[in-house]
Structures are given as structure tokens and as C-alpha cells.
Write a new protein. Sequence first.
Length: 245
Amino acid sequence: MFDDVAPKYDVVNDVLSMGQTRRWRKIVVEAMDVKAGQRVLDLAAGTGTSSEPYADAGIDVVACDFSLGMLKVGKRRRPDIDFVAGDATRLPFADNTFDASTISFGLRNVNEPKRALTEMLRVTKPGGRLVIAEFSQPVVPLWRTMYTEYLMRALPAIAVKVSSNPDAYVYLAESIRAWPDQDHLAAWLQEAGWENVTYRNLSGGIVAVHRAQKPLAGPAAGAAALAAGTGPVSRLRRNITRPAR
Ligand SMILES: C[S@@+](CC[C@H](N)C(=O)[O-])C[C@H]1O[C@@H](n2cnc3c(N)ncnc32)[C@H](O)[C@@H]1O
């Protein structure tokens, strides 16, 4: 499916999000807080649009995706970026490779998202950061209703006019509705072993940006606690910090 939408992927995104994607992406880069010379994994990078700001800032970014169609479009546009073919659930990188990892609008598309969270933990250095941008649940009920109407009715209709594969946007709408809300994703992160989990709602919760850190002490401490039955999700949830804005 992603191979099919690759050629017009970025233009269609801008139209369907009414220009909001640019603002969301800027906030993701700020949340990563990485410096020139550091190594960053941008997972499910697609055509590399989410990787570009890092490359532009002199950061050594690896754009990884399993769609060769998306990678091809990306490489043609930005030959300077290191595009790597790889599956999020079985990353082709050694343990503790990256100073920080990120995934923008991709985790929802991965067949086994929890496994991708564990894989990102493995390849990130101890103390390193994870930032996830993903569609989420608007928090105010009226806004949620309006947004759901847009998703289920207007978006597929617009997609017929602007996309070569409108069915992909029906899938997009359905996958967003089926995706866990902000707290639920935060709990998944903690289950996978990430700590200091926070999130910030953008556009009233249409998108959430989750931030987390790999423990310094050792890999997958949270996952080990969970396996041992000492870290139930209910207790983990109480430790999730929501930033003020
Ligand atoms: C909506 S695009 C996001 C692309 C980019 N991050 C952005 O912000 O524009 C989602 C991407 O996830 C990729 N993807 C889905 N499942 C994957 C997996 N298991 N491993 C790697 N990439 C995957 C798709 O190929 C697609 O390029």
C-alpha cells in the first residue's frame, strides 16, 4: 500500500492535514533535542520527510522503512540521507547504536507495534530518548465528534480527488479510530521498558507526541518487571506525567 502512495505522499499529507503536519513535525524535532554529531534513528521514515530536519541540522540520521517504494522516492529527493530498508519489528541494527530514536505517523502502521517499541529500546543507547508522533484521540468531546466526522466522511472524499490510491485513506481513517489513546500508548511504552514517559497533545489531541527515555541501568527493566508480574499496567499508568500544555 505505501509503495502505491509514495509518489504523492507528502503533497496529499499537506492537503489532508490542512497544513498542520509542518507544525507537528517541528514540535517532534524540538522534543528530540538532539545535537549535530549525534546519531538518530527515524523509523518508518517513508520518503524521509520526517528525517530531513535532522540531516539539515548536521545530525547523522538513519531513515529506516520497509517500503522500497517510499525509500526510492526519498533517496531520489535527498541523496544525502542514509536510507535503510528494515522492518520495525526486527531492526537491522546492533544494540545501543543510536543516541535517540523517533517514529512519526508510523507506529500505528506496524503490525506488531509493541515489538517495535522493544526493538527501538534495544537499538537506543542507555539514557537515550524516544519520541513518537502519532494520531490520537481529541480530548474535548465536541472536537472529537467533529474530527471523527472529518475522518470518516470528508477525508475519504477528498482523497478520491487528490490521491492515486484513495483506499489507503479509508484505511488511514479506520486505523486512526482503532488506535489506542494517549494513556494507553504511554502504558505500552512503560511495558516495553521505557521510562520518564510523558506526552503532549497537539491540535487538541488529533496528534500526541510521546517522549520517553531508555533506562541507564539496563535494557528493558520495565519489561522484565512486567514479565515478573511486578509492574501491572494500572500501576504504570499512575506514573505517566502529562505536561501542562
Ligand atoms: C504514514 S508513513 C510515515 C512516514 C514518515 N515517518 C512521515 O512522517 O511522513 C508510515 C510508514 O510506515 C512504514 N511502515 C509500516 N510498517 C513498517 C514496518 N513494520 N517496518 C518499517 N516501516 C514500516 C510504511 O512503509 C510507511 O512508509
